[in-house]
Ligand binder design. Structure first.
Ligand code: ADP
Ligand code: MG
Length: 701
């Protein structure tokens, strides 16, 4: 917006310093622009006026014109209230205020006519309204109310109301600003886009979102402003991406050779799924272009991301490069290392594991091999990218579980080679398409949306306490078949004591039901020392215990294909994505697996939706969509630094179409005019690209 709209709100006529102060404190409104951007949260139809006789307490809202005949403050302290009497040619009505008494009393003048708006009630059989909106009657006010089909309603606070800034007060303030300055609101979208999409112009849109001429104008205004929001987020993301590709060259992997072919023909233990093949192709294309790849690979637990990463690495090796494979924890790093070692055997390529517990002697050896290039793939935690770890020729980096790596850590990667390595980020937490487009909009995204053939979908059951015996029965059956079981209890920081008690009670019940020597239990919780925890886990992994009783510490990590049952106690206390992650711990072998959700009979609405969703589907993407609807983007991991939380109008679940449209528009624009130098795109430099607080273009995401 231009200079006018940066004016502090206290300079708006009728506002002044003290109101400006509360506007800042209560609503974060500092400038004219902030006033314009405090959008109504709903609209009320106020075209109709009623006679007092025709109102009744069943009506939601009415609007009345009446003359004030009497006013009086009655009662003491808590019961203190302002009572007033109004009259029209059909009857009388009592008005009452319990709050803001002082200013209302001052505002009301006996003998004058008012336009009153509120919910009708009755008191002692008489028509009454409490806390109505009042405005002194004037021909102008009458026309305004009568002409506006839809009246904006603004959110306000008790504090603001004391300063006459209830919805009505805010409306007046906004109305004044619009009357004075709406014409000056500058357009900020290129005209070809406006014309092509038939968007309302910006000034009109602001006018109509506050004071719509009719429902249609409101819809057009809302669409225009939502589009604008989404457009600029996409512009920022795609411009970042463009600048990054201009700035960073990429190693060209132009051949597929011995390592890949040998692996594909002789070592790959199964047929790749269609989705795996497709993603490999995407990566293959990316790494041939001479531009650094930044690709996010999304795929549910068990969808087979590791093999895709490995095969991509083999192509890097075929082109004379080294690779590294980073995981967020030592357990996971270790697991990846062992998995890959298992698949490729000992004498194919040279791989190693580097973690905090690697001995100094091995470390020295390892550094030497990395530097002379004889080590092909290094697995580990972020220790892999510490400055003292030098590679001869690092060409490809796999990062498992993306959001645990900070921007800074990833920036280190860029310095690992003269041309930075290609980066493949893998995540097993599926996120909705729209969220991905905004969170990772500057990455390329690949999706594995297909599970390997022959997997039996996990069967999920929701049990209440009275079905516990049935659950024990199922557990015994599975153990008799030689399978293992997880039992998980919630652990939420605020009520750690309670949770520990739950866990202890649970352990007691389980120990009684599954006594030694026939049954053996592993018990793992946050209070154990790491070594103890590890010992217990290892016993379960090796199959020495039947049941693992644990708090959520097992969420990330352990892979025990023999485990076939996941029991989640107090399942209503877990979030959807957590439930889905936990469930993903089973169903890794060929046998039928089960997930049993134990819950209280009393469930909140959301709690019930969560559990029903789990029973209904195993599809992580479907689950993530519902999670987004239930929690909103603000509570979903990774959204904090993205623009999604600044969205004031657009809604990532409801406005998917518009988001796609915005993305497409920006993509096409950059295709035709990468520098945004065409005259019609100049407008973007003024309204956005020149903004100081805007963006650091070279930010690595
Ligand atoms: P995630 O995507 O969770 O990392 P993994 O890569 O660990 O999944 O794969 C899960 C299991 O599925 C592994 O045991 C892996 O060997 C196996 N797997 C992967 N791809 C296929 C496939 N195309 N056919 C059969 N099994 C596969
Ligand atoms: Mg994995």
């Amino acid at each position: 917006m231009n200079q006018t709209f940066q004016t502090p709100v206290e300079y708006l006529k009728g506002t002044g310093p003290s109101r400006a102060e509360v506007l800042k404190k209560e609503l974060g409104i500092y400038t004219f622009e902030d006033v314009l951007r405090h959008f109504p949260f709903k609209y009320i139809d106020r075209t109709k006026f009623y006679k007092i006789r025709d109102t009744n307490p069943d009506m939601p809202h009415v609007q009345v014109i009446a003359r004030l005949t009497h006013k009086e403050i009655v009662g003491e302290k808590q019961t203190k209230r302002l009572v007033a009497q109004v009259q029209d040619d059909t009857g009388t009505m009592e008005l009452v205020w319990f709050q803001g008494i002082k200013w209302v009393e001052k505002y009301l003048v006996t003998g004058k006519a008012y336009i009153l708006f509120g919910k009708p009630g009755s008191f002692n059989g008489k028509a009454q309204m409490s806390h109505p909106e009042v405005e002194q009657y004037s021909a102008e006010a009458f026309r305004r109310q009568g002409n506006a089909t839809l009246q904006p309603v603004y959110s306000s606070t008790e504090k603001l109301k004391q300063f006459s800034l209830d919805s009505r007060g805010l409306q007046k303030m906004t109305s004044f600003l619009i009357e004075q300055h709406a014409r000056e609101i500058p357009e900020n979208l290129p005209s070809p886009i406006i014309n092509k999409l038939k968007l309302m112009n910006r000034a009109e849109a602001y006018r109509n979102i506050h004071f719509p001429t009719d429902a249609n104008a409101l819809a057009e205004a809302t669409k225009r402003l939502k589009f604008e929001e989404l457009f600029f987020i996409q512009l920022k993301l795609l411009r970042n991406k463009l600048l990054r590709t201009q700035k960073f060259k990429g190693n060209v992997f132009d051949k597929v050779g011995h390592y890949f072919n040998e692996f594909y023909q002789h070592k790959l233990p199964f047929q790749l799924t269609g989705a795996q093949k497709r993603v490999l192709k995407e990566i293959r294309l990316d790494t041939q272009r001479g531009v650094q790849m930044n690709r996010l690979l999304q795929g549910d637990v068990g969808s087979g991301k590791t093999i895709v990463a490995l095969m991509s690495i083999l192509i890097a090796l075929d082109n004379g490069f080294q690779a590294c494979f980073m995981a967020p924890t030592e357990i996971l790093a270790n697991q990846h290392y062992l998995t890959v070692k298992n698949i490729i055997g000992d004498d194919f390529i040279n791989i190693a594991l580097l973690t905090g517990s690697t001995k100094q002697k091995d470390r020295t050896q390892l550094h030497k091999q990395l530097e002379d290039g004889s080590l092909h793939i290094l697995f580990g935690t972020h220790a892999l990218i510490e400055d003292k770890v030098q590679y001869k020729n690092l060409g490809f980096v796999v990062i498992d579980e993306q959001h645990r790596f900070g921007v800074e850590q990833r920036a280190k990667l860029w310095r690992k080679n003269t041309i930075p390595p290609h980066v493949l980020v893998m995540t097993a937490t599926p996120i909705p398409r729209t969220l991905a487009m905004t969170l990772y909009g500057d990455l390329d995204v690949s999706v594995i949306d297909e599970l390997p053939a022959g997997r039996k979908p996990i069967e999920t059951l929701h049990f209440y306490e009275n079905q516990r015996l049935r659950m024990f029965g199922m557990m015994k059956q599975e153990i008799a078949k030689g399978r293992q079981i997880y039992v998980v209890y919630p652990l939420i920081k605020e009520s750690e004591k309670l949770d520990l008690k739950n866990l202890e009670d649970g352990i007691e019940v389980m120990s009684r039901e599954f006594p030694l020597p026939q049954y053996r239990l592993s018990i793992v919780h946050g209070k154990l020392k790491p070594a103890e925890k590890d010992y217990e886990m290892q016993r379960f992994v090796k199959g020495e215990t039947h049941i693992m009783v644990a708090t959520t510490v097992i969420e990330v990590g352990v892979n025990v294909p023999n485990a076939s049952v996941m029991i989640i106690e107090n399942a209503e206390r877990f979030g959807l994505s957590q439930l889905h992650q936990l469930r993903g711990r089973v169903g890794r072998g060929a046998e039928q697996s089960f997930c049993i959700l134990m819950s209280d009979v009393k469930l909140s609405r959301d709690g019930r939706i969560r559990l029903d969703t789990m029973v209904k589907t195993n599809n992580g993407f479907e689950i993530s969509e519902i999670d987004l609807q239930l929690r909103g983007p603000g509570n979903i991991e990774g959204t904090q630094q993205s623009g999604v939380l600044d969205l004031k109008l657009a809604d990532l679940t409801a406005d998917q179409q518009l988001l796609m449209l915005a993305r497409k528009c920006v993509e096409e624009m950059f295709e035709q005019d990468p520098q945004l130098s065409h005259p019609e795109n100049q407008i973007l430099h003024q309204s956005f690209l020149s903004k100081k607080d805007g963006l650091s273009w070279d930010k690595i995401s």
